[in-house]
Design a protein around this ligand. Structure first.
Ligand code: RB5
Length: 142
């Protein structure tokens, strides 16, 4: 599975921890920035990551900002993107099974990095249920 990750300044430190964790787990992951804690604009990073997923270049994207909200709003504007802001492991599991979410958004100022890593692990490992009712609803989104 090819993963692309991005964050703004609010999520920079958090991104580095998740990146390190993913690499240790053996995932192929590319970092689209930001590369310092200097203030930057989250829509720029969100759009780059979202386009890389919607084009099929990457299978999944992970986006981090202070709340995760700006990143999710921006990513969901890109066709084919189903970005889910998760602050708990139940939602991470459910959004993969029900929504086949392809981008995970996290709020670095909202939840701790250990919980974020659990959320990432569950979200990456959970398959879409492929049940007819869930696929039908996903089709309605497009
Ligand atoms: C940056 O201060 C902050 O607004 C951003 O990280 C994010 O929370 C936006 O939704």
């Amino acid at each position: 599975m090819k993963i692309v990750i991005g964050a703004d300044h609010g999520g920079f430190t958090y991104k580095q921890k998740i990146l390190e964790h993913l690499k240790k787990q053996g995932y192929m992951v590319e970092d689209f920035g930001t590369f310092s804690d200097t203030s930057c604009d989250y829509p720029v990073i969100a759009k780059k990551v979202a386009h890389a997923v919607s084009s099929g270049e990457f299978d999944r994207g992970i986006l981090i900002c202070g709340t995760g909200i700006g990143m999710s709003i921006a990513a969901n504007k890109i066709k084919g993107i189903r970005a889910a802001l998760c602050g708990d492991t139940f939602s991470a599991h459910a959004t993969r099974e029900h929504n086949d979410s392809n981008v995970l958004c996290l709020g670095a100022r909202v939840i701790g990095d250990e919980l974020a890593i659990d959320i990432v692990d569950i979200w990456l490992k959970t398959e879409f249920s492929a049940q007819e009712r869930h696929q039908r609803r996903i089709d309605m989104l497009e």
